[in-house]
Design a binder for this molecule. Structure first.
Ligand code: MSP
Length: 526
């Protein structure tokens, strides 16, 4: 097996409407993890795509007066344009209507039938149309859909079932042997105690009530129900069961599969069981995140509380948008988007903390040393030693967090370096050293500030690449050996490198009232 590979997946999104910032979050997270792994020398491979079948898609297309295929084609273009705008470097974009997927799903289905994993029966249950999911009476919450809270209706149809119960013991054993499979672990406990321990239910895997789906080979009034169709994308995209399985052999099993908390059940129960039935290894980690919520709950067009990534990117830039999203969701929990918080975080973290640190440092090096970065000091003061230790600690914590794909915590480590650097300026008072002509000490302080910023720029690389590049450019240490991970812990000699004469601000301070008002109007759809 290739130990150096790293396979990351996002869920495949329903192409039912324009993507909001919640969908963008998952993809940004996956992209960040990919870039980090690449920086660490991995052959990282990121998959995303669209889940194009199902009743809901058929209904949306009808409303638009399009065929389902026209509708999903348009949505695929929309998705790809958005990811291009967000500079998401995915390696493959799978669409479940592509023949490379549909053909293999039919074969997988047949294999399950041949092996006795799938049987024919009759299904009766409570069906949630928007979620395309049947529920047992005990799963309903106040008689409504446990996932979206909407009305459910009782339905009955001839259907094929996957014999999940057959795999119950193996699944329990898997969780006992791999207690860290689901991250965060409390999400595992929820799913384990509510759905796995009480006994898994057989899963209905076909429908006759709509026809926008993959037909099964020998009984074509049945289409394959979306979850079997959808989950298998992670392996069909790699060429599983195709003529060329090179990618599959190289990248499977996935190293991290990212899912929102609403689809954990499908990925924590059905997906591992499908893989067991195919005799394939299971993914190494399921990373579960919460939702981006608005003040009044979930985003929805009907509520008029949706915010789209383009709005934020066009006005405030890609990196500010990514920073906010990655910052507000942590440890599998929900985060809330409010105009006030967005503007506040922009002004405080990006403008004040990071932007000013760079600006002040560039300004002082120009003023005190004509722009030349001073040489590495021979001796360290106690303040310097402490400063270096703090930075080294944060770098090692960042690495630990990023190795676990905990990007929000990794961001906190970067901002710890930034905040300590600003405090270092206050403590060393370079303006006083200049006045007192303590040139050696002054050089020493400037050198350490450049070093802190260089390290910050490396740490930011996988997360906010534009900002990272701007920092390197202003310090004139772009395109040399010092902007890569290998040299992050070094304290190099700069040999007379000159910083830019006048640094452009990384982020321009926002007028709080004006921008909050602007965002509020946008959210209302005005
Ligand atoms: N098509 C299925 C997934 C199949 S994966 C084999 C699906 N699609 S979805 O478009 O409804 O959701 C895709 C992902 O987006 C899910 O992980 C979901 O949690 C995430 N999000 C949808 N709304 C979200 C927020 N408001 N915030 C964060 N993530 C959100 O489910």
């Amino acid at each position: 097996m290739n130990e150096n590979k790293y396979y990351i997946t996002t869920p495949i999104y329903y192409p039912s409407g324009k993507f909001h910032i919640g969908t963008a979050y998952t993809t940004v997270l996956a992209h960040t993890i990919k870039k980090y792994r690449q920086m660490k020398g991995f052959d990282a491979y990121m998959l995303t795509g669209l889940d194009e079948h199902g009743q809901k898609i058929q209904e949306v297309a009808e409303k638009e007066g399009k065929t389902p295929q026209q509708h999903v084609d348009d949505m695929a273009n929309m998705a790809k344009e958005l990811w291009a705008k967000m500079k998401i470097e995915y390696d493959d974009f799978i669409r479940t209507t592509e023949s490379r997927h549909t053909k293999v799903v039919q074969q997988i289905f047949q294999k399950f039938v041949d092996n006795g994993d799938i049987y024919k029966g009759e299904y009766e249950g409570w069906y949630c149309t928007p979620c395309e999911t049947y529920f047992t009476p005990t799963q309903l919450v106040d008689g409504k859909c446990p996932d979206c809270g909407r009305e459910v209706k009782k339905m009955k149809e001839e259907a094929y079932f996957f014999n999940m119960k057959k795999y119950q013991d193996r699944l329990i054993k898997f969780y006992e042997e791999n207690p860290d499979f689901i991250d965060p672990v409390y999400r595992k406990n929820e799913i384990f105690n509510s759905f796995i321990k009480p006994g898994v239910e057989d899963l209905c895997v076909t429908r006759t009530s709509f026809d926008w789906g993959i037909k099964i080979l020998n009984d074509d009034k049945h289409v394959i129900y979306v979850w079997l169709d959808a989950l298998t994308n992670y392996i069909t995209a790699l060429g599983y069961m195709s003529e060329d399985e090179t990618k599959f052999n190289k990248y499977w099993p996935a190293d991290v599969q990212i899912v929102g908390k609403d689809i954990i059940r499908f990925h924590a129960i059905y997906w591992p069981i499908f893989l067991m039935a195919l005799d394939l290894p299971l993914p190494k980690k399921l990373l579960v995140h919460g939702w981006v919520l608005m003040k009044d709950g979930k985003m929805s067009k009907s509520k008029g509380n949706v915010i789209y990534p383009e709005t934020l990117i066009n006005k405030y830039g890609l990196d500010a948008t990514k920073y906010f999203l990655l910052k507000i969701l942590n440890d599998g929990r929900d985060g809330v988007f409010t105009p006030e918080d967005f503007v506040e975080l922009y002004n405080s973290d990006l403008c004040n903390d990071l932007g000013n640190l760079l600006n002040r440092t560039i300004g002082m090096i120009n003023k005190y040393f004509g722009g030349t970065i001073p040489n590495k000091p021979e001796k360290l003061t106690d303040i310097d030693k402490e400063f270096e230790n703090t930075i080294n600690n944060s770098i090692s914590n960042y690495e630990k967090e990023m190795d676990e794909s905990h990007v929000c915590n990794a961001l906190s480590e970067i901002w710890n370096i930034i905040s300590k650097s600003n405090k270092y300026i206050d403590a060393t008072m370079p303006w006083a050293l200049f006045k007192e002509e303590k040139t050696q000490e002054l050089e020493d302080v400037m050198y350490h500030l450049v070093e802190a910023l260089r390290k910050v720029a490396i740490l930011l690389k996988p997360i906010m690449e534009e900002t990272s590049n701007k920092i390197f450019e202003q310090l004139s240490i772009n395109n040399n050996d010092y902007n890569n991970w290998e040299n992050i812990n070094n304290y190099p000699q700069y040999n007379g490198i000159k910083v830019t004469e006048k640094g452009e601000p990384l982020f321009i301070r926002l007028d709080v009232e004006q921008e909050v008002e602007y965002l509020k109007e946008i959210i209302k759809g005005k």
